[in-house]
Each structure stands twice: as structure tokens, then as C-alpha cells.
Ligand binder design. Structure first.
Ligand SMILES: Cc1cc2nc3c(=O)[nH]c(=O)nc-3n(C[C@H](O)[C@H](O)[C@H](O)COP(=O)(O)OP(=O)(O)OC[C@H]3O[C@@H](n4cnc5c(N)ncnc54)[C@H](O)[C@@H]3O)c2cc1C
Length: 419
């Protein structure tokens, strides 16, 4: 037992948890859950809000042994839920297998990423939770349960993005495919008229595309095109649209390019190209705060136009904004649930009050576009607004009450939205 992990990765949340429990086996997780009136699973601490905090105990799976069992017939990998995507990706790649997609940072825990609907980019790539084909969970009673597509009442779709409310997930089964290669090319300064006039063509032109902007007159100051080498080459001529090729590696924010995955069109394994940041590079505690809104793809152009006048509000605060696509998900609480989506993400400097004011402005501006805030990032949305944005949130709340009648896993974050 230790109480040394007191803040999240970004340092903007000091956990109020009384202790951090570090079991080393699933049996021990079960005993702890049964004996602890209030506790919350803690992943790799990369959320920016209090979703992983509690006034009880936090429990990390970091002490459990790694598991990485590849079932080549079913094309499924079973992994220990506390493993990071970097660990899972390296293990899969070494065996010739791949996940369909990854987040920008590979250091995030598998269970934590899934629990919040974390996503990468790609018009055909849903959130990482959509790759879940089964999971094992320790319920509030301390009993274990397995949930998969055969579990009644759409339970798998309820459990994909579960915000820590339905139990401690100990293993996750993820769909895999044979390993593939990706080549990343970066162009700079794609003007706004090209961004807005050719948005669908640009974001659909490769397996995974990210546009970075400050909403100022530079337009998309970086366009990252991640091309799967087993697919047709990208067709959109970004130079003809006014951009210029990057003449060396670029970082989307302000840090050293040593930390970014290889660019310059050099093919490499999916595991070393789909994240923006290298797994071998240990990011220091990030002095940043992130917010993100996932909107229907059909609103993307209007939403970007609406945000442009806020460029001067953002200027002192914004490190980078990233625009990505996310395919429709079946998970009840995925931000891209049941709709083809575009995520508009903001990495701000770690200035909580100024960020909160900016987030108010963003949420007012995006209100007409039916935004769903990312569960792991900051937002000022009321519980009522979240219920409007996430139509299955009421069903999820009822399920959480059923499975956890005494509120063992209910922290203040969940109490606000699930009551
Ligand atoms: C630098 C950086 C880059 C990021 N990039 C992306 C990105 O590209 N795309 C994107 O969508 N998001 C991104 N995020 C957000 C991040 O993916 C989410 O906040 C994610 O939830 C963090 O996972 P974690 O393991 O750190 O979870 P934590 O923050 O520790 O916990 C988050 C939630 O997961 C639950 N949880 C954790 N483990 C378990 C478990 N075993 N069982 C049940 N519940 C569990 C917690 O209880 C909590 O509800 C980024 C964040 C950072 C800091």
C-alpha cells in the first residue's frame, strides 16, 4: 500500500483519495473490492479531470503480472487491463499482429483508454473501445464476471466505455489484425480555404489524418497524413492546395522533436507510427490541460468556422488544437457513439482558471453542433447537458445502480452525472 501518487500526469488534479492500493493478483483485487466501501480504479493517470479520483481508495492494476495471449484463430488478444498501449503494441508487433488504432500517446493504460472512449484518428477508425470483444471485471460484490457479445442486453456496449462505474476491469480482449506498416508525411500551413473547402477529401485521404491548428490565419499549420502502405497512396495534393512539405520532423506542440514518431514518409510498424509520440520517449509530467469535443462529422466545417474568431482568446493559452475523425461506435457512452464524428481537441497551457474560461467560450460556441465532451478531459458541461449529449447515459446510470447498489465505485464525478 502506498500513497505516493498524489496527482494526475498533468499535475492539474491533486487526488483526494485516502490511499493507493496495489494488488498483485486478481484474487487480491476481489478481496480488496469486497472489503472497501468506496474505491476507484486508477489507470496511468492521464485524465485531466476527477474521473479517476475518489474520497475512498484508488486501486491500480500496475502490480498485476502482464498478460498478452494472442488467439490467432479468433484474431483476439487478451491483455492485462493495466498494461499500457505501448506494452501491448510492442508485444503484438513482435508476434506479427496489430491493433487497428492507437491514441496519440502510447503510455496510456489499456483499461483507462477504453473506459473514457479514447480515440485516434481515421474516418474508418472508431474509438479504441470498439476493439473490445470481451472483458473480465471484478464487480462491487467482489465476484468476477466476463462480458462479451453473448452477454444479454447489449452489456458489451455498456461496458466498453464504463467510466470506472461498473467494476474493476482486470483483462481486456481486443480485436487484432495482421501487422501493417504506416508512413507519416507532414505538410505545413494548409490555408483555411483549403481546410474548409476540401475537408472531407483531406481527412479521408489516408488511414489516419490529423490537422493541427491555432485557429489563427495560418489555417492548419500541420497536416499529418498516416498512410497504410497496404492501401492506395493518398491522392490529395496538399501543395496544390497551398501547403508546403515539412523539411524535417515537427512536433505538434512546443516540445523537442526527439519525442515524435518518425515522419518524412518512412514506412514503419503501426505501433511506431500510429501514436504521435514515441513509446521509448518518457514524457515528463505535462504542464498542460486538455479539452476535446466530438461532434457529428456533418457539422465539422461549420464548427471550425465558428471557432476561428476565438483565435485571439486562445492565443496566450493554446499549445495546439488537433482535428481528427472518429468512425461511429456502438459503445453507449463513446463520444462517437452511433455517429460518424470529428474530434476537436485543445491542448492548453496548465493555467486552470484561464482554461476554464476558454472552455466556457468553446462550449458556448460549439453548442449548436451537438458536442460530446471527452470523458477524460476538462469540460464545464452540466449533468443535464451531458444527458442530452449522451442519450444512453440514463440507461447506463440504471445499469450502474443495478451492478453497484451501494455505490462502491461511485466517486463525485460519477455521482454528479449518474444520479
Ligand atoms: C498526453 C496525453 C495524450 C492523450 N491523447 C489522447 C488521444 O490521442 N485520444 C484521446 O481520445 N484521448 C487522449 N488522451 C486522454 C486519455 O486517453 C484518457 O484520459 C484516458 O482515460 C487516460 O487513461 P488512464 O489509464 O490514464 O486512465 P485514468 O486517468 O487513470 O482513469 C480514467 C478512467 O478510467 C478508469 N479506469 C482505469 N483503469 C480501469 C480499470 N482497470 N477498470 C475500470 N476502470 C478503469 C478510471 O476509473 C477512470 O474512470 C490523452 C491524454 C494525455 C495526457
Amino acid at each position: 500500500m502506498t500513497a505516493t501518487m498524489r496527482t494526475n500526469w498533468a499535475g492539474n488534479v491533486t487526488y483526494g483519495a485516502t490511499e493507493l492500493l496495489t494488488p498483485t493478483s486478481v484474487d487480491e483485487v476481489q478481496r480488496i473490492v469486497a472489503a472497501t466501501p468506496r474505491l476507484t480504479a486508477l489507470g496511468s493517470k492521464h485524465s485531466f479531470n476527477r474521473i479517476a479520483d475518489t474520497d475512498g481508495a484508488q486501486l491500480t492494476l500496475a502490480g498485476l503480472p502482464p498478460v498478452l495471449d494472442v488467439d490467432t484463430d479468433r484474431r483476439v488478444v487478451r491483455v492485462a487491463a493495466g498494461m499500457t498501449h505501448a506494452q501491448v503494441a510492442a508485444g503484438l508487433e513482435a508476434r506479427g499482429w496489430a491493433l487497428a488504432n492507437l491514441a496519440s500517446l502510447p503510455h496510456i493504460s489499456t483499461a483507462g483508454a477504453v473506459a473514457t472512449g479514447t480515440h485516434g484518428s481515421g474516418v474508418r477508425n472508431p474509438s479504441l473501445a470498439q476493439a473490445v470483444v470481451g472483458l473480465e471485471v471484478v464487480r462491487a460484490s467482489g465476484d468476477t464476471a466476463r462480458v462479451d457479445a453473448s452477454t444479454p442486453d447489449g452489456a458489451l456496449d455498456a461496458h466498453r466505455v464504463a467510466l470506472g462505474a461498473l467494476g474493476i476491469v482486470t483483462t481486456v480482449e481486443l480485436a487484432i489484425e495482421p501487422s501493417f506498416e504506416v508512413a507519416t508525411t507532414v505538410h505545413l500551413d494548409l490555408p483555411w480555404d483549403a481546410v474548409l473547402g476540401h475537408f472531407d477529401a483531406v481527412v479521408s485521404d489516408a488511414y489516419s489524418v490529423s490537422l493541427f491548428t491555432s485557429f489563427d490565419d495560418r489555417g492548419a499549420r500541420q497536416v499529418w497524413v498516416k498512410h497504410r502502405t497496404d492501401e492506395p497512396a493518398p491522392q490529395v495534393d496538399l501543395v496544390a492546395l497551398g501547403a508546403r512539405p515539412a523539411d524535417g520532423p515537427v512536433h505538434p506542440g512546443e516540445n523537442d522533436t526527439a519525442g515524435v514518431t518518425e515522419q518524412g514518409g518512412v514506412p514503419g510498424p503501426w505501433s511506431e507510427r500510429l501514436p504521435h509520440f514515441r513509446s521509448s520517449f518518457t514524457p515528463s509530467t505535462g504542464a498542460e490541460i486538455q479539452a476535446e469535443y466530438v461532434i457529428p462529422a456533418s457539422h465539422a466545417i461549420a464548427a471550425l468556422e465558428a471557432l476561428r474568431p476565438l483565435a485571439s482568446v486562445f492565443a496566450p493559452l493554446l499549445i495546439a488544437a488537433e482535428v481528427r475523425t472518429v468512425a461511429a461506435d456502438s459503445a453507449w457512452l463513446a463520444p462517437s457513439s452511433e455517429r460518424q464524428s470529428v474530434g476537436i481537441h485543445f491542448t492548453f497551457r496548465r493555467e486552470p482558471e484561464a482554461v476554464e474560461a476558454a472552455v466556457h467560450r468553446i462550449e458556448e460556441t460549439l453548442a449548436p453542433f451537438d458536442p460530446r465532451p471527452h470523458w477524460g478531459k476538462v469540460s464545464v458541461a452540466t449533468a443535464e447537458r451531458l444527458h442530452e449529449a449522451y442519450p444512453r447515459l440514463g440507461d447506463f446510470a440504471a445499469l450502474a445502480r443495478d451492478l453497484d447498489p451501494t455505490g462502491r465505485f461511485r466517486n463525485a464525478f460519477l455521482a454528479r452525472i449518474l444520479s
